[in-house]
Design a protein around this ligand. Structure first.
Ligand code: XMP
Ligand code: MG
Length: 180
């Protein structure tokens, strides 16, 4: 088993880049069909979504725009339950078809907060694409969750944009924390 160390923790390979990219190609096809004749505005949630956004957007062939925003809500390996303000949200959301791009949805608290804030700006429609979803951790019902890459067990993962204490975002594959 391919194992690596990020800071003080051991991780093992979980999703290889090729697997991730195959799945993203399928998500792209789905979005292209659903948004035919539309011009969606993709809004990535920084930092974790930057690689997923880069690969997803390359699969999109309808006209589209890309923006990023930030919300700080997470420290260490479990959700803190605190959600801070949204920074850098584009101001031309009214009447647009919005697709929020997330790296991972855990409890869903962050996403619920983002959705509430964006809905107040009267978009025409709003959906979410998240590379990863931990169904067992989900505490909020989110009907906008439409384009999910992988449903994963309730374990901490790192790589492909996801970090452990700021480290590991550069890893091409996704790794999960080993028991220990
Ligand atoms: P909630 O609980 O609000 O959390 O859905 C979503 C945010 O928590 C972070 N998160 C993780 N980050 N590996 C990470 O690197 C994980 O396994 C993980 N689980 C949750 C992430 O920043 C996400 O936006
Ligand atoms: Mg993070």
């Amino acid at each position: 088993m391919h194992k690596i160390k990020v800071e003080d923790r051991e991780f093992e390979i979980f999703l290889e880049n090729e697997t991730i990219n195959k799945r993203i190609r399928l998500l792209g096809i789905q979005i292209n069909v659903d948004y035919e004749q539309k011009c969606p505005l993709f809004i990535g949630v920084l930092n974790g979504s930057f690689l997923f956004m880069a690969d997803l957007i390359k699969e999109i062939d309808v006209p589209c725009e890309v923006a990023f925003m930030r919300v700080a809500s997470y420290e260490g390996t479990s959700s803190s339950g605190k959600v801070k303000e949204l920074i850098g949200l584009p101001d031309d959301i009214e009447g647009r078809d919005i697709i929020i791009v997330e790296d991972i949805v855990d409890t869903g608290l962050t996403l619920t907060h983002i959705l509430k804030t964006i809905k107040e700006k009267n978009p025409s429609s709003i959906k979410v694409s998240s590379l990863l979803l931990k169904p067992a951790a989900l505490k909020y019902e989110i009907e906008e969750l439409e384009y999910i890459g992988f449903e994963i067990p309730n374990e901490f993962v790192v790589g492909y944009g996801l970090d452990y204490n700021g480290l590991g975002r550069n890893l091409t594959d996704i790794y999960r924390a080993t028991e220990s």
